[in-house]
Write a protein that binds this ligand. Structure first.
Ligand code: ATP
Ligand code: MG
Length: 423
């Protein structure tokens, strides 16, 4: 976005760091991302739902875990006037799970939901990384089979394809296995990392005991060098975890979805198991993950519900909006231009009449007719309906084709029919 030379000096008039206004031109891209995902999700039978943007802090704290980036340093948490600790949602899955439990939706399983909206994380803002950003999100609860993962990955792939991003993104895939496999891997990993503990970043050293798998997700360069030689989870998978992963890979192949195995891909949140995946792009620099998700069979039980399997993903709307071609322009408007103040009332009536008939109409609000015509030009109007007193006396208006300059007197009665080609 160009620097605004007229930006006010008063700091209170600037948006809060890491937040931004999405002005109409950018919002068209934003909306295209959301609407495309919504349409594809509907084809897959996912119903849209909406949760509040704040929840009791515990909803996120308990599910994401104290060692996650989100809980340890990114949450917008505040006490409300009654002293309850609330948090602006940093992600959608915990809220969907909470809503599943609050609304007693166990009879509705399998539950397939699509949701979208703003998320809040106190991060260091940079391109593609904001403090208020937007996600589209799908969740599938109640399906333990790998087929469920295949379905949601296919939904993600189809949404990205529909946005024209097929050639710009790569699906990376891994498995985190079941609990037994993860525990086995954890101890192998801790053995390895302990040997390099002095060279690990302080964040990673702190995680060595509490959540060593997270270290694989570290963005620190020194850590990355150590991680490069770390043992792989694939060597710690038990038989059933291996089978589940094979089913997933076979399902993706059947679905015609290509993927790249990335044995170091882990998800940053505590509740994941088995499938973990990301769609990444080279086109956005460091912030290359556009869509990320995986299986979270332990989540609902961790929140106090009956054990219920789940799988899903979230995608960053701003990152996707940066990648897509601008959607086609809105339809060119018809300008209604009163020649003088005497015609203002009639102009308003005709404007409303045409809008109600389905036309996109701009009313020339004030000024001399020349100024109003200039504005019609600026708005890229395809036609101008010019209201003069002489025509009014004949129950007619002048319609000017803004491309050719041709003018024709048209009776009020047949105005819609005359303009029909502009609808
Ligand atoms: P990262 O490793 O980039 O911090 P993450 O693991 O925190 O990502 P998720 O929680 O998986 O991200 O969120 C899913 C998607 O939401 C990301 O892949 C990204 O496209 C988008 N996203 C996450 N955080 C931000 C942010 N601060 N600003 C803009 N988009 C974001
Ligand atoms: Mg993050």
């Amino acid at each position: 976005m160009p620097k605004n030379e007229n930006a006010p000096k008063n700091p209170a008039l600037k948006p809060v760091r890491g937040t931004h206004d999405i002005l109409p031109a950018d919002y068209r891209r934003h909306r295209m991302v959301v609407e495309t995902a919504r349409r594809v999700a509907a084809q897959y039978g996912y119903g849209e739902m909406s949760m509040p943007i704040f929840e009791f802090t515990e909803v996120f704290q308990r599910t994401l875990g104290d060692t996650s980036d989100i809980v340890s340093k990114e949450m917008y948490t505040f006490a409300d006037r009654s002293g309850d600790s609330l948090t602006l949602r940093p992600e959608a899955t915990a809220g969907v799970a909470r809503a599943f439990l609050s609304n007693g939706l166990i009879q509705e399983l399998p539950l397939k939901v699509f949701c979208q909206g703003p998320m809040f994380r106190y991060e260091r803002p940079q391109k593609g990384r904001l403090r208020q950003f937007h996600q589209i999100d799908v969740e599938l609860l109640g399906v333990a089979e790998a087929l469920g993962d295949v379905e949601i990955i296919a939904l993600g792939a189809d949404a990205l394809n529909a946005l024209g991003l097929k050639d710009k993104v790569t699906l990376e895939l891994n498995t985190l296995g079941d609990l037994e496999s993860r525990l086995a891997y954890r101890s192998t990993l801790v053995d390895y990392l302990s040997g390099h503990a002095t060279k690990l970043s302080s964040d990673s050293r702190a995680r060595l005991e509490r959540n060593p798998l997270r270290i694989l997700d570290s963005k620190n360069e020194g850590d990355r060098a150590i991680i490069a030689d770390a043992p792989l989870i694939s060597d710690s998978l038990n038989f059933s975890s291996r089978r589940i992963f094979e089913d997933l890979c076979a399902g993706l192949t059947t679905a015609g979805i290509s993927y790249r195995l990335n044995p170091r891909l882990v998800r940053g949140l505590d509740y994941y198991c088995h499938a973990a995946f990301e769609f990444t792009t080279e086109a956005l620099g460091a912030q290359g993950t556009v869509l990320a998700g995986g299986r979270y069979d332990g989540l609902i039980a961790q929140m106090g519900g009956q054990p219920t399997p789940g799988t899903g993903w979230a995608a960053g709307v701003e990152r996707l909006a940066m990648l897509i071609e601008a959607p086609s322009e809105a339809p060119r408007p018809i300008a209604v231009v009163p020649v003088g103040e005497d015609q203002d009332a009639q102009a308003l009536a005709i404007t409303l009449r045409l809008r109600r008939a389905g036309f996109t109409v701009e009313l020339g609000y004030s000024g001399k007719v020349k100024k109003r015509m200039k504005r019609a030009n600026k708005l890229n109007a395809c036609a101008a309906v010019v209201l003069g007193s002489e025509e009014a006396a004949r129950q007619a208006v002048m319609v000017r084709n803004m491309d050719t300059g041709e003018e024709a007197e048209v009776s009020l009665e047949s105005l819609e029919a005359h303009l029909a080609c502009h609808r």
